[in-house]
Design a protein around this ligand. Sequence first.
Ligand code: GDP
Ligand code: GDP
Length: 483
Amino acid sequence: MSFSLAIVGRPNVGKSTLFNRLVGKRLALVDDQPGVTRDLREGAARLGDLRFTVIDTAGLEDADDDSLPARMRRLTERAVEEADVCLFVIDARVGVTPIEESLAEVLRKRSAHVLLAANKAEGRAGESGVLEAYSLGLGEPIPISAEHGEGMEDLYAALQPISDAFAERHAQLASEAARVEEAGEPLIGEDVEEAGEELATPVRDPLKAVQIAVIGRPNAGKSTLVNRILGEDRLLTGPEAGITRDAIGFEIDWGGQRFKVFDTAGMRKKARVQQKLEKLSVGDALRAVKFAEVVILLLDVRAPFETQDLRIADLAAREGRAVVIGVNKWDLEDDKQQKLAQLRESVERLLPQLRGVPMVTLSGLTGKGLDRLHAAVLRAHDAWNIRIPTAPLNRWLLEQSQKHPPPAPSGRRIRLRYMTQAKTRPPTFVVFASRPKDLPESYSRFLVNGLREEFGLAGTPIRLIMKASENPYAEKAAKRKIH
Ligand code: GDP
Ligand code: GDP
């Protein structure tokens, strides 16, 4: 992520003209986003090789409740709160007015970093105004012409060290992210490395077994399905060939890929003696889920999504397992079209924690749909193992926060600064934000759903951890003040 720059100044100095020059056609109009009330305009700015967010305060001066200077002050204060850096623009042809003196005072006191630009400086008419601007006590004015594109190199030179400071801070955050502790598995450390920007599909080793478990209520058809998979394998490889059993389950080849199957069906048969009631023990389900990389939740099409099914699905999601839903006994269904629509609706409504979960209709009895089940399981396994490089992640995050900015509780917009993937299996992301505690759950969900769509992560849970990050420029400025 990059920094944000607010353009402030009194009306008519050329703020919008500058905004448009920096943003070009890349303006993100966000006012139509539901649930987002905003007034400051934001856009993705580009200046040379610099990328940042630009915030325009123009056009907000017209509120008629107050005197212009008072409104200007309030607006400037808000811009200071929201942006990392302020660019204070004056009109070089007019020079410094009392409003500008008062705004400069706000900026001197409050902003971590202020740049001063004297606009309309093309030709000679602005020369005296540029000189006058020194009197504002905000450092050397940068003469520019927003309309004619002059002085952009000087603006670039002023922004470049700021951009560097943020980049430096991002590198720190990335290594910090790599240390974020999550129970269990070790962290993947080489996050800062940005090589290989392309999203590589994980290379699958056909000999390394993908661990799966078929779980579901009694009589859903688990044994039948597993036997069918076994049977297909045996047809190809001869009786019992290629099957190895141990205490946990058995290994087979299925469609050219090695799988290790956790045999809950067999387990249940043993337990049946004690459990006269046809009830899946939570202990069994939990063991199966813990063992598996991909959980196939098998439903009976005649009674899908009963409480037990939902509980198992939720368990799998909480344990961070990839999930594929198999709708079994599809051969019994007459109105397949309508049923499918119903099932999809039910999944979205009843299992929001597994949004976008793949659903495969099949018949363990006839073997129909097993090829699709095979493909869905491998895709979910890929998504569960995916590693998304930091650069595309942050490009995506910037885009999202421009399209749908985070809220601004008590007038201060929460900034999403940086994002990295800290872990796989399941994909776990760390987002650094200003005041992450104020970010509503709904915004995290928005990000998770967006990630899912953008990077094709169907069938895997996604973890998102929000962490606090400071404005690096504010820190530097604070240090400077001490000296
Ligand atoms: P804002 O109210 O601060 O957003 O100002 P605008 O961007 O709307 O500009 C106000 C007026 O100044 C418009 O007529 C612009 O065309 C003009 N303007 C903006 N930038 C320049 C510039 O660099 N040179 C000159 N001569 N006029 C400019
Ligand atoms: P489990 O308890 O989940 O292992 O279920 P079983 O595999 O023992 O199957 C329960 C019942 O459903 C048996 O009578 C199976 O023949 C039947 N069954 C399993 N799969 C299918 C299927 O795809 N279609 C139909 N029509 N019946 C099935």
